[in-house]
Design a protein around this ligand. Sequence first.
Ligand SMILES: NC(=O)c1ccc[n+]([C@@H]2O[C@H](COP(=O)([O-])OP(=O)(O)OC[C@H]3O[C@@H](n4cnc5c(N)ncnc54)[C@H](OP(=O)(O)O)[C@@H]3O)[C@@H](O)[C@H]2O)c1
Length: 338
Amino acid sequence: MKRLLKVGVAGATGAVGLKMLSVMSERGFPVESVRAMASGRGDARTVPFGSLALPVEELTANALPGLDMVLFATGASVSRQFVPIAVAGGAVAIDNSRAFRMEDGVPLVVPEVNAEAVRRHAGIIANPNCSTIQMVLALKPLQDVVGIKRVVVSTYQSVSGTGKAAIEELREQSGSTLAGEPIISRVYPHPIAFNCIPHIDVIDEDGNTREEIKMVLETRKILELPELQIAATCVRVPVFHSHALSLCVELESELAPDDARRVLGEFPGIRILDDASDAVYPTQLSSSGTDETWIGRIRRDASVTNGLWMWVVADNLRKGAALNAVQIAELLLDERSG
Ligand SMILES: NC(=O)c1ccc[n+]([C@@H]2O[C@H](COP(=O)([O-])OP(=O)(O)OC[C@H]3O[C@@H](n4cnc5c(N)ncnc54)[C@H](OP(=O)(O)O)[C@@H]3O)[C@@H](O)[C@H]2O)c1
Protein backbone atom coordinates (compact mmCIF):
# COMPACT_ATOMS: atom_id res chain seq x y z
CA MET A 1 0.00 0.00 0.00
CA LYS A 2 1.16 3.51 -0.78
CA ARG A 3 2.24 5.66 2.15
CA LEU A 4 0.10 8.68 2.97
CA LEU A 5 1.94 11.93 2.37
CA LYS A 6 2.14 15.30 4.08
CA VAL A 7 1.56 17.66 1.17
CA GLY A 8 1.81 21.43 0.89
CA VAL A 9 0.35 23.60 -1.87
CA ALA A 10 2.05 27.00 -2.16
CA GLY A 11 -0.05 29.57 -4.03
CA ALA A 12 -3.15 27.63 -3.02
CA THR A 13 -5.48 30.62 -3.49
CA GLY A 14 -4.52 31.21 -7.15
CA ALA A 15 -5.98 29.87 -10.38
CA VAL A 16 -3.52 26.93 -10.52
CA GLY A 17 -3.30 26.27 -6.76
CA LEU A 18 -7.08 25.95 -6.36
CA LYS A 19 -7.17 23.56 -9.32
CA MET A 20 -4.32 21.49 -7.83
CA LEU A 21 -6.37 20.99 -4.68
CA SER A 22 -9.45 19.95 -6.63
CA VAL A 23 -7.49 17.61 -8.94
CA MET A 24 -5.75 15.94 -5.95
CA SER A 25 -9.11 15.45 -4.27
CA GLU A 26 -10.82 14.12 -7.44
CA ARG A 27 -8.02 11.62 -8.07
CA GLY A 28 -7.84 10.45 -4.46
CA PHE A 29 -4.21 11.46 -4.06
CA PRO A 30 -3.09 9.68 -0.86
CA VAL A 31 -2.59 12.45 1.67
CA GLU A 32 -2.14 12.29 5.41
CA SER A 33 -2.51 16.08 5.52
CA VAL A 34 -2.67 19.01 3.11
CA ARG A 35 -1.48 22.51 3.99
CA ALA A 36 -2.60 25.47 1.88
CA MET A 37 -0.19 28.40 1.72
CA ALA A 38 -0.34 31.82 0.06
CA SER A 39 1.01 35.36 0.44
CA GLY A 40 -0.83 36.20 3.63
CA ARG A 41 -2.11 39.36 1.91
CA GLY A 42 -5.04 37.82 0.02
CA ASP A 43 -8.73 37.78 0.98
CA ALA A 44 -9.18 34.00 1.07
CA ARG A 45 -9.18 32.60 4.62
CA THR A 46 -9.92 29.02 3.52
CA VAL A 47 -9.73 27.01 0.28
CA PRO A 48 -11.71 23.88 -0.61
CA PHE A 49 -10.16 20.40 -0.61
CA GLY A 50 -12.96 17.96 -1.35
CA SER A 51 -15.52 18.51 1.41
CA LEU A 52 -12.94 20.19 3.67
CA ALA A 53 -12.17 23.90 4.01
CA LEU A 54 -8.42 24.20 4.53
CA PRO A 55 -7.15 27.24 6.41
CA VAL A 56 -4.84 29.41 4.29
CA GLU A 57 -1.46 29.88 5.97
CA GLU A 58 1.22 32.39 5.09
CA LEU A 59 4.07 30.85 3.08
CA THR A 60 7.16 31.31 5.22
CA ALA A 61 10.42 29.40 5.60
CA ASN A 62 9.13 27.98 8.89
CA ALA A 63 6.00 26.56 7.26
CA LEU A 64 7.88 24.16 4.94
CA PRO A 65 9.99 21.66 6.96
CA GLY A 66 8.32 18.32 7.66
CA LEU A 67 6.38 18.15 4.40
CA ASP A 68 6.97 15.20 2.01
CA MET A 69 5.93 17.05 -1.11
CA VAL A 70 5.20 20.68 -1.95
CA LEU A 71 3.37 21.70 -5.12
CA PHE A 72 4.28 25.29 -5.97
CA ALA A 73 1.74 27.38 -7.88
CA THR A 74 3.54 30.66 -7.25
CA GLY A 75 5.35 33.10 -9.53
CA ALA A 76 9.03 32.61 -10.37
CA SER A 77 10.47 34.93 -7.70
CA VAL A 78 8.46 33.31 -4.88
CA SER A 79 9.40 29.84 -6.16
CA ARG A 80 13.08 30.81 -6.37
CA GLN A 81 12.94 31.87 -2.72
CA PHE A 82 10.94 29.00 -1.22
CA VAL A 83 11.51 25.89 -3.38
CA PRO A 84 15.11 25.41 -2.09
CA ILE A 85 13.84 25.81 1.49
CA ALA A 86 11.17 23.14 0.95
CA VAL A 87 13.78 20.78 -0.53
CA ALA A 88 16.28 21.44 2.29
CA GLY A 89 13.45 20.63 4.72
CA GLY A 90 13.06 17.16 3.20
CA ALA A 91 10.34 17.65 0.60
CA VAL A 92 10.25 17.03 -3.12
CA ALA A 93 9.10 20.23 -4.83
CA ILE A 94 7.02 20.26 -8.02
CA ASP A 95 7.21 23.80 -9.34
CA ASN A 96 4.84 25.39 -11.87
CA SER A 97 6.79 28.58 -12.44
CA ARG A 98 9.52 29.17 -15.01
CA ALA A 99 12.15 29.49 -12.23
CA PHE A 100 13.86 26.09 -12.58
CA ARG A 101 12.56 24.68 -15.88
CA MET A 102 15.74 25.07 -17.90
CA GLU A 103 18.20 24.23 -15.09
CA ASP A 104 20.42 21.20 -15.59
CA GLY A 105 19.48 18.50 -13.11
CA VAL A 106 15.84 19.64 -12.94
CA PRO A 107 13.58 17.30 -14.91
CA LEU A 108 10.90 19.06 -16.99
CA VAL A 109 8.16 16.51 -17.17
CA VAL A 110 4.98 15.69 -19.07
CA PRO A 111 4.21 12.20 -17.74
CA GLU A 112 2.84 10.75 -21.01
CA VAL A 113 5.93 12.02 -22.87
CA ASN A 114 9.00 11.67 -20.62
CA ALA A 115 7.94 10.02 -17.34
CA GLU A 116 11.38 8.42 -16.99
CA ALA A 117 12.97 11.88 -16.52
CA VAL A 118 11.36 12.07 -13.06
CA ARG A 119 13.90 9.53 -11.80
CA ARG A 120 16.73 12.01 -12.40
CA HIS A 121 15.45 14.61 -9.93
CA ALA A 122 17.49 15.97 -7.03
CA GLY A 123 14.56 17.42 -5.11
CA ILE A 124 13.00 19.73 -7.73
CA ILE A 125 10.81 18.76 -10.68
CA ALA A 126 9.51 21.46 -13.00
CA ASN A 127 6.11 21.58 -14.65
CA PRO A 128 6.40 22.98 -18.19
CA ASN A 129 4.63 26.03 -19.59
CA CYS A 130 0.94 25.34 -20.33
CA SER A 131 1.13 25.74 -24.14
CA THR A 132 4.30 23.65 -24.24
CA ILE A 133 2.59 20.75 -22.45
CA GLN A 134 -0.18 20.37 -25.01
CA MET A 135 2.23 20.90 -27.91
CA VAL A 136 4.71 18.20 -26.83
CA LEU A 137 1.81 15.77 -26.37
CA ALA A 138 0.94 16.28 -30.05
CA LEU A 139 4.57 16.16 -31.22
CA LYS A 140 5.85 13.12 -29.29
CA PRO A 141 3.85 10.41 -31.14
CA LEU A 142 4.82 11.94 -34.49
CA GLN A 143 8.47 12.10 -33.44
CA ASP A 144 8.36 8.43 -32.40
CA VAL A 145 6.80 7.23 -35.66
CA VAL A 146 8.32 9.38 -38.44
CA GLY A 147 10.44 12.08 -36.81
CA ILE A 148 9.84 15.82 -36.81
CA LYS A 149 11.98 18.38 -38.60
CA ARG A 150 10.40 21.79 -38.03
CA VAL A 151 7.43 23.17 -36.11
CA VAL A 152 5.48 26.39 -36.66
CA VAL A 153 2.89 27.18 -34.01
CA SER A 154 0.47 30.00 -33.22
CA THR A 155 -1.31 29.95 -29.87
CA TYR A 156 -4.75 31.18 -28.83
CA GLN A 157 -4.34 31.39 -25.06
CA SER A 158 -7.08 31.98 -22.51
CA VAL A 159 -6.87 34.60 -19.77
CA SER A 160 -6.82 32.00 -16.96
CA GLY A 161 -3.27 31.30 -18.17
CA THR A 162 -2.32 34.64 -16.62
CA GLY A 163 -4.02 33.88 -13.30
CA LYS A 164 -6.95 35.02 -11.21
CA ALA A 165 -6.51 38.78 -11.79
CA ALA A 166 -6.79 38.29 -15.57
CA ILE A 167 -9.98 36.21 -15.25
CA GLU A 168 -11.48 39.13 -13.35
CA GLU A 169 -10.20 41.63 -15.94
CA LEU A 170 -11.94 39.83 -18.83
CA ARG A 171 -15.16 39.56 -16.79
CA GLU A 172 -15.14 43.26 -15.83
CA GLN A 173 -14.15 44.54 -19.27
CA SER A 174 -16.80 42.41 -21.01
CA GLY A 175 -19.49 43.92 -18.77
CA SER A 176 -18.13 47.46 -19.24
CA THR A 177 -17.94 47.10 -23.02
CA LEU A 178 -21.52 45.83 -23.30
CA ALA A 179 -22.72 48.59 -20.98
CA GLY A 180 -20.84 51.25 -22.98
CA GLU A 181 -18.73 52.14 -19.94
CA PRO A 182 -14.98 53.01 -19.88
CA ILE A 183 -12.58 50.05 -20.07
CA ILE A 184 -9.91 49.75 -17.38
CA SER A 185 -6.82 47.59 -18.14
CA ARG A 186 -4.71 46.53 -15.16
CA VAL A 187 -3.25 43.17 -16.22
CA TYR A 188 -2.77 43.47 -20.00
CA PRO A 189 -1.32 46.36 -22.06
CA HIS A 190 -4.58 46.56 -24.10
CA PRO A 191 -8.21 45.67 -23.47
CA ILE A 192 -8.64 41.89 -23.67
CA ALA A 193 -12.46 41.86 -23.93
CA PHE A 194 -13.48 41.53 -27.62
CA ASN A 195 -9.79 41.73 -28.59
CA CYS A 196 -6.69 39.56 -29.22
CA ILE A 197 -3.24 40.58 -27.96
CA PRO A 198 -0.14 39.17 -29.74
CA HIS A 199 2.06 39.72 -26.70
CA ILE A 200 2.48 37.30 -23.76
CA ASP A 201 5.18 38.11 -21.20
CA VAL A 202 8.15 40.40 -21.90
CA ILE A 203 9.61 41.03 -25.38
CA ASP A 204 13.33 40.43 -26.05
CA GLU A 205 15.71 42.37 -28.27
CA ASP A 206 14.85 40.14 -31.28
CA GLY A 207 11.13 40.87 -30.91
CA ASN A 208 10.17 37.46 -29.49
CA THR A 209 8.15 37.20 -26.29
CA ARG A 210 9.35 35.13 -23.33
CA GLU A 211 6.30 32.87 -23.81
CA GLU A 212 7.45 32.14 -27.39
CA ILE A 213 11.01 31.42 -26.26
CA LYS A 214 9.71 29.13 -23.50
CA MET A 215 7.81 27.09 -26.07
CA VAL A 216 10.99 26.65 -28.13
CA LEU A 217 13.45 25.84 -25.33
CA GLU A 218 11.14 23.73 -23.16
CA THR A 219 9.99 21.62 -26.12
CA ARG A 220 13.60 20.89 -27.09
CA LYS A 221 14.42 19.87 -23.49
CA ILE A 222 11.36 17.63 -23.01
CA LEU A 223 11.69 15.87 -26.38
CA GLU A 224 15.49 15.73 -26.04
CA LEU A 225 15.80 17.32 -29.49
CA PRO A 226 18.21 20.23 -28.90
CA GLU A 227 18.38 21.13 -32.60
CA LEU A 228 14.64 21.06 -33.34
CA GLN A 229 13.55 24.08 -35.39
CA ILE A 230 10.51 25.77 -33.84
CA ALA A 231 8.87 29.11 -34.56
CA ALA A 232 6.12 30.33 -32.23
CA THR A 233 3.71 33.26 -32.03
CA CYS A 234 1.73 33.45 -28.78
CA VAL A 235 -1.57 35.32 -28.67
CA ARG A 236 -3.90 36.06 -25.74
CA VAL A 237 -7.56 35.72 -26.71
CA PRO A 238 -10.75 36.72 -24.85
CA VAL A 239 -11.55 33.22 -23.63
CA PHE A 240 -11.71 32.21 -19.95
CA HIS A 241 -10.37 28.67 -20.08
CA SER A 242 -8.30 26.41 -22.40
CA HIS A 243 -5.57 27.19 -24.86
CA ALA A 244 -5.69 26.29 -28.57
CA LEU A 245 -2.73 25.84 -30.91
CA SER A 246 -2.60 26.01 -34.67
CA LEU A 247 0.31 23.64 -35.20
CA CYS A 248 2.15 22.95 -38.44
CA VAL A 249 4.68 20.12 -38.31
CA GLU A 250 7.19 19.32 -41.02
CA LEU A 251 7.86 15.59 -40.67
CA GLU A 252 11.00 13.68 -41.57
CA SER A 253 8.95 11.39 -43.82
CA GLU A 254 5.41 11.14 -45.08
CA LEU A 255 2.48 10.40 -42.77
CA ALA A 256 -1.00 10.52 -44.29
CA PRO A 257 -3.65 12.41 -42.27
CA ASP A 258 -5.53 9.14 -41.56
CA ASP A 259 -2.35 7.55 -40.22
CA ALA A 260 -1.64 10.66 -38.14
CA ARG A 261 -5.17 10.42 -36.66
CA ARG A 262 -4.50 6.80 -35.69
CA VAL A 263 -1.01 7.42 -34.28
CA LEU A 264 -2.10 10.47 -32.29
CA GLY A 265 -5.34 8.82 -31.12
CA GLU A 266 -3.46 5.83 -29.70
CA PHE A 267 -1.24 8.05 -27.55
CA PRO A 268 -2.19 8.37 -23.86
CA GLY A 269 -3.82 11.67 -22.95
CA ILE A 270 -4.82 12.53 -26.54
CA ARG A 271 -8.36 12.41 -27.96
CA ILE A 272 -9.12 12.96 -31.65
CA LEU A 273 -12.20 14.96 -32.61
CA ASP A 274 -11.89 15.37 -36.33
CA ASP A 275 -14.71 15.47 -38.82
CA ALA A 276 -14.46 19.04 -40.02
CA SER A 277 -17.06 18.64 -42.79
CA ASP A 278 -19.59 18.05 -40.00
CA ALA A 279 -18.16 20.88 -37.81
CA VAL A 280 -16.57 18.30 -35.50
CA TYR A 281 -13.33 19.59 -33.93
CA PRO A 282 -12.33 20.64 -30.44
CA THR A 283 -12.97 24.17 -29.19
CA GLN A 284 -11.91 25.96 -26.04
CA LEU A 285 -15.40 25.62 -24.56
CA SER A 286 -15.69 21.91 -25.39
CA SER A 287 -12.30 21.11 -23.85
CA SER A 288 -12.71 23.17 -20.66
CA GLY A 289 -12.88 21.03 -17.55
CA THR A 290 -11.49 17.93 -19.31
CA ASP A 291 -8.16 16.19 -18.74
CA GLU A 292 -7.33 15.32 -22.34
CA THR A 293 -5.51 17.16 -25.08
CA TRP A 294 -7.94 17.28 -28.01
CA ILE A 295 -6.80 17.30 -31.65
CA GLY A 296 -8.77 18.05 -34.82
CA ARG A 297 -8.44 19.69 -38.27
CA ILE A 298 -5.65 17.22 -39.13
CA ARG A 299 -4.73 17.79 -42.74
CA ARG A 300 -1.81 17.95 -45.16
CA ASP A 301 0.16 21.16 -45.47
CA ALA A 302 0.86 21.09 -49.20
CA SER A 303 3.20 24.10 -48.99
CA VAL A 304 6.06 21.97 -47.59
CA THR A 305 7.25 18.39 -48.05
CA ASN A 306 5.63 16.08 -45.47
CA GLY A 307 3.72 18.88 -43.76
CA LEU A 308 0.82 18.29 -41.39
CA TRP A 309 -1.53 20.85 -39.86
CA MET A 310 -3.53 20.30 -36.71
CA TRP A 311 -5.59 22.17 -34.10
CA VAL A 312 -4.66 21.21 -30.54
CA VAL A 313 -6.80 22.25 -27.56
CA ALA A 314 -6.43 21.59 -23.81
CA ASP A 315 -7.58 23.04 -20.50
CA ASN A 316 -4.58 25.13 -19.39
CA LEU A 317 -5.43 24.96 -15.69
CA ARG A 318 -5.85 21.17 -15.78
CA LYS A 319 -3.45 19.48 -18.26
CA GLY A 320 -1.51 22.72 -18.73
CA ALA A 321 -0.79 23.09 -15.00
CA ALA A 322 -2.54 21.38 -12.06
CA LEU A 323 -3.28 17.96 -13.55
CA ASN A 324 0.21 17.64 -15.01
CA ALA A 325 1.72 18.52 -11.60
CA VAL A 326 -0.47 15.97 -9.80
CA GLN A 327 0.41 13.32 -12.42
CA ILE A 328 4.10 14.03 -11.68
CA ALA A 329 3.33 13.61 -7.96
CA GLU A 330 1.67 10.27 -8.76
CA LEU A 331 4.80 9.14 -10.65
CA LEU A 332 6.87 9.93 -7.55
CA LEU A 333 4.45 7.94 -5.45
CA ASP A 334 4.85 4.92 -7.76
CA GLU A 335 8.63 5.28 -7.40
CA ARG A 336 8.46 5.38 -3.60
CA SER A 337 6.22 2.34 -3.42
CA GLY A 338 7.99 0.49 -6.27
N1 LIG B 1 -2.51 29.75 -15.07
C1 LIG B 1 -1.97 28.82 -15.83
O1 LIG B 1 -2.60 28.28 -16.77
C2 LIG B 1 -0.57 28.37 -15.58
C3 LIG B 1 -0.08 27.29 -16.31
C4 LIG B 1 1.21 26.84 -16.08
C5 LIG B 1 1.99 27.47 -15.14
N2 LIG B 1 1.50 28.53 -14.44
C6 LIG B 1 2.36 29.13 -13.43
O2 LIG B 1 1.82 28.82 -12.16
C7 LIG B 1 2.11 29.88 -11.24
C8 LIG B 1 0.81 30.38 -10.61
O3 LIG B 1 -0.02 30.90 -11.62
P1 LIG B 1 -1.54 31.30 -11.38
O4 LIG B 1 -2.10 31.47 -12.73
O5 LIG B 1 -2.20 30.36 -10.45
O6 LIG B 1 -1.39 32.75 -10.66
P2 LIG B 1 -2.44 33.50 -9.69
O7 LIG B 1 -3.84 33.11 -9.97
O8 LIG B 1 -2.08 34.94 -9.77
O9 LIG B 1 -2.05 32.94 -8.23
C9 LIG B 1 -0.82 33.27 -7.60
C10 LIG B 1 -0.72 32.57 -6.27
O10 LIG B 1 0.55 32.88 -5.70
C11 LIG B 1 0.32 33.40 -4.38
N3 LIG B 1 1.36 34.37 -4.01
C12 LIG B 1 1.60 35.59 -4.56
N4 LIG B 1 2.65 36.18 -3.91
C13 LIG B 1 3.04 35.32 -2.94
C14 LIG B 1 4.05 35.36 -1.94
N5 LIG B 1 4.88 36.40 -1.81
N6 LIG B 1 4.15 34.30 -1.11
C15 LIG B 1 3.33 33.24 -1.23
N7 LIG B 1 2.36 33.13 -2.16
C16 LIG B 1 2.22 34.17 -3.01
C17 LIG B 1 -1.04 34.06 -4.44
O11 LIG B 1 -1.54 34.18 -3.12
P3 LIG B 1 -2.50 35.39 -2.64
O12 LIG B 1 -3.89 34.98 -2.98
O13 LIG B 1 -2.27 35.44 -1.17
O14 LIG B 1 -2.04 36.62 -3.35
C18 LIG B 1 -1.78 33.02 -5.28
O15 LIG B 1 -2.15 31.93 -4.46
C19 LIG B 1 2.87 30.94 -12.04
O16 LIG B 1 4.25 30.73 -11.92
C20 LIG B 1 2.44 30.66 -13.46
O17 LIG B 1 3.37 31.10 -14.42
C21 LIG B 1 0.24 28.99 -14.63
